[in-house]
Design a binder for this molecule. Structure first.
Ligand SMILES: *Cc1c(COP(=O)(O)O)cnc(C)c1O
Length: 380
């Protein structure tokens, strides 16, 4: 099955043996009757498993070309489950330019429990090797990175991971499997905040993991059930519905973002534009090789380089909504240094380029003329 067909049918055969409903029923139940002790039809208790969640988990595994999917109450709950595979003294090498909430989870929770993190630039993947030692267990990659739109070479990372027998996990939230499939590029775990493009309509918080290896799936399933950060059936249903239009939404997100990025680059009141589709983007060639197109996310700085100029622009936008999050059908604008990335210390932020005049756009699927007109009036 090819990708577009998988978004609609992947993992969804025989979804409702009772009545043949085309969409899976929302099994709003905690428990399941048994004919004799242990005599059940595959489900016993909804933390351990729920048919609507299972339908979603199968769909996720299908679109990421994996074997096993696991769905959680949020993206961070999914990352939390990965970190619980490790024990004190274990070391993790992570992208330095990453989602603020991931950074907070790593440093404020798991460092306290004895895991050691190295946050490093991975624009050149060979940087990773010097941080590997006998305690290293995982390489954590986010690409494109948030909010600087750096691109990390997943194939190069996976070669290093395999050579040293450590796991490679990729946060694929920004790209989605429509643009890049990390398991095919050698990753062991692919993670999503399905809150973003997979859900796609800004109406549900949910996270997921997909793997190929049975043993790894079993270990993650143990954590999912033992720690219990699962998603409910209603939310599972919403993400399943979202996935069915992922391919057409992503195509339009990418087309609109390209036009918006080019408009911004030519505007005198804009300084830098970060978008991996530009030929002068430092890792444009890697983006071209590992992604189908360049995504719907763009960051840029104002030419005045002040906090005030960015704030004024954000306040003047009318079609773009000033809000956290990304990946929904509507265009959003955010201010990383005071919003999504406020949990990263100012010095750390500025080293990465997250200065006060940086604005991040999640380009939606409205008419591109309206988006450009809106930015034009706000910049003017
Ligand atoms: C939003 C986001 C997360 C966290 O997901 P939640 O669903 O908000 O918990 C992780 N990684 C990236 C790249 C994100 O954008």
């Amino acid at each position: 099955m090819k990708f577009n067909t998988k978004t609609i049918h992947g993992g969804q055969h025989n979804i409702d043996p009772a009545y043949g409903s085309v969409m899976p029923p929302i099994y709003q139940t905690t428990t399941y009757s048994q004919t004799t002790p242990g005599g059940h039809k595959g489900f016993e208790y909804s933390r351990s498993g729920n048919p609507t969640r299972s339908a979603l988990e199968n769909a996720l595994a299908s679109i990421e070309n994996g074997e096993f999917g696991l769905a959680f109450g949020s993206g961070l709950a999914a990352i939390d489950a990965v970190m619980k595979l490790f024990k004190p003294g274990d070391e993790i090498i992570s992208t330095n330019d990453l989602y603020g909430g991931s950074y907070r989870l790593f440093t404020k929770i798991f460092e306290g429990l004895g895991l050691k993190f190295h946050f490093i630039g991975m624009d050149d993947a060979s940087n990773i090797e010097e941080y590997i030692n006998e305690n290293t267990k995982l390489i954590w990659v986010e690409t494109p990175t948030n909010p600087m739109m750096n691109i990390i070479d997943i194939v190069a990372c996976s070669k290093i991971a395999k050579k040293h027998k450590v796991l490679l996990a990729v946060d694929n939230t920004f790209a989605t499997p429509y643009l890049q499939q990390p398991l095919d590029l050698g990753a062991d775990i692919v993670m999503h905040s399905a809150t973003k493009y997979l859900g796609g309509h800004s109406d549900v918080v949910l996270g997921s993991l997909v793997v190929k290896d049975k043993d790894l799936a079993d270990r993650l399933y143990f954590v999912q059930n033992a720690s219990g950060a699962v998603c409910g059936p209603q939310d599972s249903f919403l993400v399943l519905r979202g996935i069915k239009t992922l391919h057409i939404r992503m195509q339009r997100h990418c087309e609109n973002a390209e036009k918006v990025a080019k408009f911004l680059k030519s505007h005198p009141k804009v300084d830098k534009v970060y978008w991996p589709g530009f030929e002068d983007h430092p890792n444009h060639d890697i983006a071209k090789a590992q992604m189908k197109a360049f995504g719907g996310m763009i960051s840029f700085t104002t030419s005045e380089k002040t906090l005030e100029s960015a704030v004024k622009l954000l306040e003047n936008l009318k079609v773009f909504t000033l809000a956290e999050s990304l990946g929904g059908v509507e265009s959003l604008a955010g201010h990383p240094s005071s919003m999504t990335h406020a949990s990263i210390p100012k010095e750390e932020r500025e080293k990465l380029g997250i200065i006060d005049s940086l604005i991040r756009l999640s380009v939606g699927i409205e008419d591109e003329e309206d988006l450009i007109e809106d930015l034009k009036q706000a910049l003017g």
